[in-house]
Design a binder for this molecule. Sequence first.
Ligand code: IMP
Ligand code: MG
Length: 184
Amino acid sequence: MYSFENDIQYLLADEKKLAEICDRLAQEITETYKDSGRDLIFVTVLKGSVFFATDLIRRIPMKCELEFMKVSSYGAGTSTSGFIQVHLDLKRDITGEDIVIIEDIIDSGKTLEKLSHLLADRGAHSVRCCTLLDKPDRRVVELNADFVGMEIPDEFVVGYGLDYNEKYRNLPYVGVLKPEIYSK
Ligand code: IMP
Ligand code: MG
């Protein structure tokens, strides 16, 4: 029988490693906000971050809210040009709230940069970013996440929410996709 796992070149993070990352990030986030006295709102960027977000926030023993946004970024590689298109927006006011954006991966950094500015402009008290994966070699804008699960090399990865053409999200681990799959 054909297994879609044959399309994976090598494994980057297995289920144990992903659980360790979630444990550590949950501790870092809890430590950061435990005495804030404000509500904490997680803004999960659809679709890739959903698996990570649900695993992460279940480990955070504080009152918090879970929201979703769907966005895409366009435009040239500088921080001032280009724009963000919002496909699904928050329904609530975030004035004065602490926001943690949950991303699956930071590549160029454009999406997260524009999304953080958008939320800050809406009057959030603070906007921080938590990403499962970070590809620092690919960055074209000045942007660093506040909470980083794992730095990875410049390879195309799938699994644990990350897709190639909407497929492979349901792999329980993160792996590098064989280049012949996307050069077909
Ligand atoms: P950025 O704006 O270039 O940082 O783009 C980030 C978005 O690109 C992520 O949220 C992913 O949807 C997508 N992306 C970047 N690299 C990968 C990858 O290796 N696998 C799957 N999706 C990726
Ligand atoms: Mg994404």
